[in-house]
Write a protein that binds this ligand. Structure first.
Ligand code: SF4
Length: 361
């Protein structure tokens, strides 16, 4: 499955997770009796709708699937960022309830012992609990990051080291140690929460409703796919590039087998985020599907970063099923706007496709 990515779109997180796990045949990849670690992203104590943390609904559905398939030796483990308490994050993010309901222990990596591991001459203190696992399931959030541009599967492993090591990572420039850490810790399966990750910040605050969950086994390929969803090329993100160079995985999305299970035609709702509201002033939407609208918002955020957003100040971009019969002038996004003079196809078109189209107008 290494070059395979399975994605589904929608609003029913539980059903989507179960659908994707069934298709991936995750249970068959796990040897019987394995000690299985589930690593969400609980970077801080904020609920998942903030755009910062992994949805407890996705984790619950994963546990149900594993337990039904006879995999009972589970642990949820995490270490929130320096300055926040993992225990508080477990409580605020709904993981204490999961632990009680499914009888799965929570493990705070901040309280662990660590073993120094090394790659290419770089030492790092890695959690003994993580090193004791037989199978590691990583559940990052698809979101932007102010220093590394994106955060996903590779960077989520930063929650598997000591707080002292997290500080060292920052003094070493983040990218290289993140890539090297992924030579030391092997993640066996990745399930990405792409429901409403933040536009630019790992701590949330500007969630973008993206309504997608996807999975794979190559963290570099998954992060390349995440980068594309946010409007970057894999090589724009230094730690993805380094991870590829040292053999953690592949960035070759052209050779990836992407399987789409379900599309989502739910209509995009107004966002409470000021930044998303500001970007949406450049859009005229008529019944735009949530994933399509989200990809356009992410593309506009990148255009804003690059100083091109002013081009659409007086001529908003058209998107949505309400433009299916529209013709004539106008810039349109998605196959619904194919009757307009300038339109980009796809249903939905990806963020990077939209970005290229808008930049080249
Ligand atoms: S192209 Fe039209 S139908 Fe397809 S996702 Fe976009 S708005 Fe929805």
């Amino acid at each position: 499955m290494n070059n395979r990515i399975i994605i589904t779109y929608g609003e029913n997180l539980r059903e989507m997770t179960r659908e994707i796990l069934k298709k991936s045949e995750l249970e068959k990849r796990i040897p019987k009796g394995s000690y299985i670690g589930i690593k969400p992203n609980l970077v801080l104590a904020k609920p998942s709708f903030s755009g910062a943390t992994t949805s407890p609904v996705i984790v619950s559905a994963l546990i149900e699937h594993l337990q039904e398939e006879g995999h009972d030796n589970l642990v949820i483990l995490e270490s929130s960022w320096v300055g926040d308490s993992t225990k508080r994050a477990f409580r605020i993010c709904g993981y204490e309830d999961i632990s009680k309901k499914y009888n799965v222990p929570l493990f705070d990596i901040k309280q662990d012992a660590y073993t120094v591991k090394s790659f290419n001459g770089m030492d790092m203190e890695v959690s003994d609990k993580v090193l004791s696992l037989d199978f590691l399931i990583n559940i990052p959030v698809l979101k932007g990051h102010c220093q590394t541009l994106v955060t996903g599967a590779l960077k989520n492993m930063k929650g598997c080291i000591s707080d002292r090591e997290k500080r060292n990572f920052h003094t070493r420039g983040l990218h290289r140690p993140i890539a090297y850490l992924n030579k030391i810790i092997k993640q066996d399966f990745i399930l990405v929460d792409g429901i409403c990750g933040d536009l630019d910040f790992e701590e949330g605050g500007n969630p973008v409703q993206m309504n997608r969950i996807f999975c794979g086994t190559d963290p570099v390929l998954i992060d390349s796919y995440i980068a594309e969803h946010i409007g970057y090329r894999p090589d724009d993100v230094e730690y993805i590039r380094i991870a590829k160079d040292i053999g953690v995985g592949s960035t070759d999305l052209d050779r990836a087998e992407v399987i789409v299970l379900s599309k989502d035609k739910s209509i995009a709702k107004p966002s409470s985020s000021r930044k998303v509201q500001r970007l949406s002033k450049h859009i005229n939407a008529k019944d735009a599907c949530s994933p399509c609208y989200a990809n356009l918002i992410r593309a506009l955020a990148r255009l804003d970063d690059e100083g091109f957003l002013y081009r659409f100040k007086d001529s908003p971009i058209l998107i949505g099923q309400g433009y299916k019969t529209a013709e004539g002038n106008g810039v349109g996004i998605g196959q619904c706007t194919s009757g307009l003079c300038k339109s980009v196809g796809g249903c939905p078109p990806s963020t990077s496709t939209i970005l290229d189209f808008l930049k080249n107008l």
